[in-house]
Ligand binder design. Structure first.
Ligand SMILES: [Zn+2]
Ligand SMILES: [Zn+2]
Length: 125
């Protein structure tokens, strides 16, 4: 049971890492079931939550409360379109840490910056 559980987690992790499209749990579930038809959506949710807790994945919420997952945990910023819900990656360049934190002795371990607005595609319509 334990072995099976971690193999499913590995499968979910591989699928998440193989895409840059910031998929939803449902999308990962569809992909994963092609390889393991016994997988349940609940297992996918549980494993995605676990990966986020372990710092191996990031969860992003769109304006309509849809959760997207990102297997790229390098510091990078996101833009989320309020019209189409698409998640865009911004540059992974090192982002300057706010000096009010570093000066006060805080250690920043992870940063998550999300811009919300209307993407270029939606602006053309
Ligand atoms: Zn858009
Ligand atoms: Zn991303």
């Amino acid at each position: 049971m334990q072995i099976r559980y971690s193999r499913q987690r590995e499968l979910i992790r591989e699928i998440l890492m193989s895409t840059k499209s910031h998929p939803t749990a449902e999308w990962i579930y569809e992909k994963a079931r092609e390889q393991d038809p016994t997988l349940s959506l609940g297992t996918v949710y549980r494993n995605l939550k676990f990966l986020c807790e372990q710092g191996e994945a990031i969860a992003l919420e769109t304006a309509d409360k849809c959760i997207h997952f990102d297997g790229n945990i390098n510091n990078h910023r996101h833009f989320i379109c309020n019209e189409c819900g698409r998640v865009y990656d911004l540059s992974e360049s090192e982002v300057e840490k706010p000096c009010e934190l570093t000066n006060a002795g805080f250690t920043v371990e992870r940063e998550s910056c999300v811009y919300y607005g209307v993407c270029a595609k939606c602006n053309q319509n």
